[in-house]
Design a protein around this ligand. Structure first.
Ligand code: PHE
Length: 340
């Protein structure tokens, strides 16, 4: 019993002598650790005669509780003291401006794509996504280009190690996918996505780039609808004053085929350079869907007609911002990306 009281007195004295929280924690280990003084004192109970055990146990518990409570009070007081000291010697200046969080942004190509989606959404178009790895059949054959057709030369192709499988060179094979899924119903979609061409990389050509394809099919769809759609798009994208010019062209999967130019603003200092002095700038290729392509998609060219177009959104962004090197898009140079 007396040993317990002596332990209590000693513990309290030593506790009072602790200078900081670390010393307090060391004290705690010394008294309450696995090989601490308290445990050793409790161990005595085994050697006592039976009739003293209960009283010893009760006293031991009281001492234990008293020391624990004293420790917790002392520790809380020390922590508070240290906090106060920290606050006064190292005051926290609540008037300092916060640290700005670095925020990312959308890639310029994503931004222009979303602008295009918004314009076509207003014109009633749905977005349809199709695969980037295509069969030769869909990328070429069903688009009216059998093997060895010379028009295939317009698309330098990446072939895969699987025969008959290519990286799509344009979004046009998506036309077949949409038609087959729509199964005879009218269609009004755009097909955005990445395309791949086996080209020498230069300021004007990349081996991967986005395209946005458009496809409209229904009864009585005409070239006038194509022109109206393109004009509405060009004016939303490049300004309400834009004029649209149509030139005849050739694509195997459209007949007739056209290329569409817009007039470039007279007040743009880059006008002459961009338009090579003509004032006109090509923005896309288009045409009326070829009967063979309609048939490949399961549509009857005697009953329905359609138009299709294909544009390069990155090229549009380059026009809008006078960007002169298409390679900048995928170089991940923050000095370029942060400007958008
Ligand atoms: N697919 C053509 C290209 O890549 C563009 C195009 C699409 C032309 C649809 C006509 C109709 O160059």
């Amino acid at each position: 019993m007396n040993e317990l009281q002596a332990l209590e007195a000693q513990g309290l004295t030593e506790l009072a002598a602790c200078g900081d929280a670390a010393a307090l924690r060391a004290w705690n280990t010394q008294y309450f650790g696995d090989s601490g003084k308290m445990k050793a004192a409790m161990g005595q109970i085994g050697k006592l005669p039976k009739d003293q055990k209960a009283a010893f146990g009760a006293e031991a518990n009281r001492v234990k509780a008293a020391l624990t409570a004293a420790y917790e009070t002392a520790l809380a007081a020390k922590n508070e003291e240290e906090l106060q000291r920290g606050l006064t010697t190292n005051p926290y200046d609540v008037t300092l401006p916060g640290r700005p969080r670095a925020r990312g942004r959308l890639h310029p190509a994503t931004q222009i794509l979303r602008q295009i989606y918004a314009i076509f959404a207003d014109l009633g178009f749905q977005i349809y996504r199709t695969r980037e790895v295509e069969t030769d059949e869909l990328n070429f054959e069903l688009l009216n280009m059998p093997a060895h057709h010379p028009a295939r030369d317009m698309w330098d192709t990446f072939f895969t190690t699987t025969p008959g499988v290519v990286l799509r060179t344009h979004t046009s094979p998506g036309q077949i996918h949409v038609m087959r899924e729509a199964a005879g119903k009218p269609i009004r979609v755009i097909l955005p996505g990445m395309c791949y061409r086996n080209e020498a990389i230069s300021t004007r050509s990349e081996i991967q780039f986005y395209q946005v394809e458009g496809l409209v099919i229904g009864e009585g769809v005409t070239m006038a609808d194509l022109k109206g759609t393109i004009t509405a798009f060009a004016r939303r994208m490049f300004g309400p004053e834009r004029q649209v010019r149509i030139r005849s062209s050739y694509f195997p999967f459209t007949e007739p085929s056209i290329e569409v130019d817009i007039d470039w603003p007279k007040d743009d200092p880059n006008r002459d350079r961009l338009t090579k002095g003509t004032g006109w700038l090509e923005i896309l290729g288009a045409g009326m869907v070829h009967p063979n392509v309609l048939r490949a998609g399961g549509y009857d060219p005697e009953k329905v007609t359609g138009f299709a177009f294909g544009m390069g959104p990155q090229r549009m962004l380059m026009l809008k911002h006078a960007i002169d090197d298409i390679r900048l898009f995928w170089q991940n140079d923050l000095r370029f990306l942060k400007q958008f």
